[in-house]
Ligand binder design. Sequence first.
Ligand code: GLN
Length: 298
Amino acid sequence: MKKYFALLLAGMMALSLAACGGSSAPASSEPAAETEAAEPAAEAEGTEAEAPAADAAEAPAADAEIKVVEAGKLHMATNAAFPPYEMISDNGGFEGIDVEIATAIAQKLGLELVVDDMEFGSVITSVQGGKSDIAMAGLTVTEERKQNVDFTESYATGVQVIIVPEGSDIKTVDDLANDKMIGVQDGTTGYIYCSDTVENGGYGEDHVTSYPNGAMAIEALKGGKVDAVVIDNEPAKAFVAANEGLKILDTEYIVENYAIGISKENPALRDAVDAALKELIADGTVKTIVDKYINAGE
Ligand code: GLN
């Protein structure tokens, strides 16, 4: 995996540089959208139905043509077992970084957020098939996924890490090659890296077991069905904190960029969501949301 990660590094770095470049020069072509940034409705938690009227009146003409799956709603395809990006709250609702950012984007567009919870492996097809409007699931931008959906600006980064039981004989990434079984979430970049051929730096399909979500992969690790779990760093931290006897290995990390996936057949929605996201990055809302979940408890 080390070798493979090193090969990927160049591509990922290019992506990450591109994303940085984009965020340091925000919304240059969208002057009309800038004026909405000061709107007070930003604190509302999806219950404000009045704000949209004002939004629509001031919105650029293109907003009028935005097609959504259900009138007045913004459907977000996600897998709500990926803390702290998306998870089920104590009261049975949805919460997390992605959920809050999507709520803020929906508000800017005069829409109400609806979370469509599904397996991670379905979030892109749900958007492609016109069942959901946006895929937002700690979703890493990859060249292959770009063939299937358009991506917005990146709003967060992640890295793949390795979780093992304390006392495991897996001490480094190289030890994963010693006939180990690796648990991953189905369809994720962790799965893609690990299941690749040995020549390409992976471990081969036979050494990888896929689970519908991270929580199930962790259960398999605790039950001894797999020797390690490869997953994004922030969920890894959350799972290790919530489960005794697990630890995250120190490895060489490659930065992946998370962005929102939108159907290639809906460029108006893509542009509107991208413009709203850029405003939320520029005015510090995204950082505030990320800090609330990631830095607050540290
Ligand atoms: N970032 C990883 C990917 O996009 C995992 C995302 C997830 O499991 N929700 O493949």
